[in-house]
Design a protein around this ligand. Structure first.
Ligand SMILES: CC(C)(COP(=O)(O)OP(=O)(O)OC[C@H]1O[C@@H](n2cnc3c(N)ncnc32)[C@H](O)[C@@H]1OP(=O)(O)O)[C@@H](O)C(=O)NCCC(=O)NCCS
Length: 189
């Protein structure tokens, strides 16, 4: 499949313990139960919209499954645990540039932290990016105090490239570590 063909719908991905799939209305209650918590939002620089009522929910679903997908801007996956079929997180791959570079972000439900789920999801989306989309670089921006996120990315093989001082992070200005993984073989000639 070519790069553009992957944007017809949110790709269905599976790992040992997780299903990565499109969000639907039935997921919203479980999603909102963790995404609006301060512990989940505190490393996001106020960059994630907080919502809990119509018409925001409908707009958001239409955006991630419609407009952003059709314009090839981003994939937003709902992460479901195979163990209890609960919505436990979200992972995004977006900011595509020249069909070659993309940026990763992810958020998990507090009660599922520390069980390897983020590492598993990041590994799978990284595989999807390099093998299926044939990207050559995937990057993630992380606040220096977000140790758990830095550990996740390092475990998947991302390297720390440097610190951007007080740059735009979400809606605020923060010191930001750039983590990236590069697949030299995918660099287009
Ligand atoms: C970052 C986040 C996704 C990690 O999710 P998770 O499911 O707990 O991640 P994992 O279990 O796969 O791995 C976390 C690793 O960090 C380690 N870790 C967590 N907190 C740590 C700390 N304070 N110091 C050192 N290591 C820490 C864990 O021990 C684990 O490593 P291990 O498996 O080698 O023991 C989760 O904390 C989260 O959703 N945070 C809020 C949103 C966010 O910050 N997103 C990222 C924005 S860049």
């Amino acid at each position: 499949m070519k790069f553009n063909d992957y944007f017809n719908e949110i790709p269905y991905l599976e790992t040992d313990k997780l299903i990565l799939r499109a969000f639907c209305r039935a997921d919203i209650e479980e999603y909102l139960s963790f995404i609006n918590l301060l512990q989940v939002q505190r490393f996001l620089g106020g960059g994630l919209s907080i919502f809990n009522e119509e018409p925001h929910i409908s707009n958001w679903l239409n955006n991630i499954n419609g407009r952003l997908l059709k314009s090839k801007k981003a994939f937003t996956w709902c992460i479901e645990s195979k163990i209890d079929n609960k919505v436990i997180g979200r992972i995004d791959l977006g900011g595509f540039s020249k069909k070659s570079i993309a940026e990763l972000s992810y958020y998990f439900s507090l009660e599922y932290w520390g069980r390897g789920f983020a590492t598993e999801a990041v590994k799978e989306v990284t595989r999807f990016g390099f093998i299926d989309l044939k990207l050559h670089r995937i990057q993630a921006k992380v606040m220096p105090t977000n140790t758990a996120s830095l550990v996740v990315l390092k475990k998947v093989g991302y390297l720390e490239e440097g610190l951007l001082r007080k740059c735009l992070f979400g809606k605020e200005f923060h010191d930001t570590i750039v983590m990236a993984l590069v697949n030299e073989d995918n660099i287009k000639k």
